[in-house]
Ligand binder design. Structure first.
Ligand code: ADP
Length: 618
């Protein structure tokens, strides 16, 4: 999934600061306030030092001119040698001053960058942890609403958008403002007339930069949106490569990809065009400012030449210092507009992160919830009505009671509500009406962690994590030793099948277990459930067909797995239905029949008809 896929091209670029998000960010930054303060101070010291450089330059130029004049005016060898030595001494001081200042600035800059990055990374580390652990608390209803791509984007790209701002915004805003004011003040102090000549350029520059930033951020948003579409297309093409080939859609797919790359090319060129125009614009203004300084400067040197030094005389050094200060105008204006547009985007990104963080987990342990270490395995549904979407119930007034150790087969047409029954037992969702009880205790009064520890859930899709077979089996009980895992596989009958894999228990299963067959994955999932030692087992039986030999192994494993535990099996196989103690028939969200397989057959109702269909399909 693309990092950029959250960028919706139809969402306008934010134009106002999101104050709510800003307040939240400031709240998160509170623990780092001293670090930020020190960083801001370092940054201000650096800016102060930078503002000194033109003064040193002025001193150097005027000093050299003065020295040359004195040497030329000196009479006699002795006097010339003395003046020459004095000039060398001054020059040495000057070079020493420059070197010292630059060295100091380098050291301070290093500490500023290092400290800022350390604190920013610490902040991001905390935020990522908070985000990830919050995702784990959220109920399945949350995951029904959100696409995984959206969540991934919020946890990655949106987080990254925050990083740059929280790291640099405070010191850059303050140091830029300081530099702008400092440069203006220095110029005014050096020569108010010359300053008055270049000052009108400031608003022009500001307007141009602002316009550029808006256009550039629009153009970049388009690039990100286009990159997102392209990446999503590539990801989909890779995932669906077999289907594409099977339906001979390669050419069409290639055309779609071609269109997307064309559009990406266009948007990318647009960003360069915007940038190019800005560069030309600012360079031109800068050159104008320099020409003004040089021409006005020359005039000021002439008209002030009769004044005594230090009393308003403009020198060549003053003009050189002005030229450097004019350059210093440009940087903070560019920086401030850049930070502003970055801040707009970061706050919009922060708002998206906050939306996830502010989602309350729907299913929480009630105050005083108990944590039993074990269950008997008695499960009761008492007039349970449940809907995923308000107003459209998928279970209507369902009631049944299952004794410890009973094996229940849930049968019924697709979409009838069998999986929903299982989800309510596992408390992935909560019933809106009625009660789900375990050992006669309302499931809401049992801590979720202890409930899930004693409950084994084997889903139809057989999800395995990338890693070895051993890692996957140990997933529900990380402290189990290798011997325990192997022993458990022997008990369930999956040992031989796992040993037959290329590296046995150490075989890598690949992403989602993609390197194994469906039957192998199922055996591993059974072993994983068995090792966790559940008292209640919920099993959505796989429908995918496996070869007869594996099928036999799976059936045998299933038989052993269901021994001495309360089991709910969403049954798709005849053999499973037959071997169950009791069958619950669910149709259209209602429990329509209930009883032992033979009794229901003898009754000749809906189950008997379904059974006929079962036999025909197998
Ligand atoms: P079964 O397992 O019997 O095939 P389910 O329990 O999965 O049926 O689904 C029962 C009904 O609930 C179906 O109409 C299905 O579309 C709907 N449903 C299932 N899961 C969700 C969900 N997460 N959000 C909304 N509706 C759902």
């Amino acid at each position: 999934m693309s990092r950029f896929s959250h960028v919706d091209p139809d969402t306008p670029t934010p134009t106002r600061l999101n104050r709510g998000a800003l307040r939240r960010i400031l709240g998160w930054l509170r623990p780092y306030r001293w670090v930020i303060l020190i960083n801001v101070c370092l940054s201000l010291i650096l800016t102060g030092a930078e503002l000194m450089v033109p003064l040193l330059l002025q001193w150097a130029i005027d000093g050299v001119i003065r020295a040359i004049r004195s040497i030329t005016a000196a009479v006699g060898e002795v006097e010339r040698a003395a003046v020459f030595a004095g000039a060398w001494h001054d020059l040495g001081l000057l070079i020493g001053g420059f070197v010292g200042l630059f060295f100091l600035m380098g050291v301070v800059r290093y500490f500023e960058i290092y400290r800022t990055m350390v604190y920013a990374q610490r902040f991001m580390y905390g935020m990522r942890r908070r985000f990830f652990s919050h995702l784990h608390c959220l109920s399945l209803r949350f995951y029904d609403k959100w696409k995984s791509g959206q969540l991934i984007a919020r946890g990655t790209a949106d987080m990254d958008a925050l990083q740059e701002t929280i790291a640099w915004a405070p010191s850059h805003i303050l140091s830029s403002a300081f530099m702008l004011v400092g440069a203006c003040a220095a110029m005014f102090w050096k020569d108010p007339v010359l300053f008055g000549a270049v000052f009108p350029i400031l608003p022009v520059l500001y307007l141009l930069t602002r316009r550029f930033r808006i256009k550039a951020s629009d153009a970049w948003r388009q690039v990100r949106a286009q990159t997102g579409r392209l990446t999503a297309n590539v990801a989909e093409s890779i995932a669906g490569a077999r289907v594409i080939q099977a339906f001979a859609r390669e050419q069409r797919n290639y055309e779609v990809f071609g269109n997307l790359t064309d559009r990406l090319y266009d948007t990318r060129i647009e960003t360069e065009r915007v940038h190019g125009r800005y560069m030309i614009g600012t360079r031109s203004i800068w050159m104008c400012a320099q020409v003004i300084v040089i021409i006005f400067g020359a005039w000021r040197i002439t008209v002030t030449s009769s004044l005594p030094e230090g009393e308003g005389r403009v020198t060549a050094g003053t003009v050189a210092a002005f030229l450097v200060y004019v350059a210093m105008f440009f940087r903070p204006i560019d920086m401030l507009t850049h930070i502003y547009s970055q801040l707009l985007h970061s706050l919009a990104a922060a708002d998206r992160v906050i939306e996830v963080l502010d989602t309350e987990p729907e299913i929480v342990d009630r105050p005083g919830a108990v944590s039993p270490t074990d269950f008997e395995g008695d499960v009761t549904f008492d007039h349970v009505t449940f809907s995923y979407i308000e107003g459209t119930p998928v279970l209507h007034d369902v009631s049944f009671r299952v004794r410890p150790g009973e094996v229940i087969a849930l049968v019924g047409p697709t979409g009838a509500g069998k999986t929903t029954v299982c989800r309510l037992i596992a408390r992935f969702y909560e019933a809106q009406q009625g009660y789900v009880c375990i050992d006669d205790r309302d499931i809401r009064d049992i801590a979720q962690s202890s409930l899930h520890k004693r409950m084994g859930i084997v889903l139809q899709e057989n999800f395995l994590f990338a890693g070895t077979v051993m890692d996957n089996i140990r997933y529900g009980r990380p402290d189990a030793t290798d011997e325990e895992v192997i022993q458990c596989a022997r008990q369930i009958g999956s040992h031989a099948a796992i040993e037959a894999l290329p590296q046995g228990f150490e075989t890598e299963v690949g992403e989602r277990g993609g390197l194994l067959s469906a039957g192998q994955r199922q055996l591993i999932c059974f072993t994983r459930a068995m090792l966790a030692g559940p008292r209640i087992l919920i099993l959505d039986e796989a429908t995918s067909s496996v070869d007869t030999q594996t099928e036999l192994k799976v059936q045998e494993a299933l038989r052993r797995l269901t021994q001495r535990r309360t089991c709910f099996i969403v049954a798709h196989r005849l053999s499973t239905v037959r071997s169950a103690d009791r069958v619950l028939v669910i149709e259209d969200g209602r429990l329509t029949e209930e009883g032992a397989h033979q009794d229901l057959l003898a009754a000749g109702g809906r189950y008997a008809m379904m059974y006929e269909e079962f036999i025909r399909s197998e």
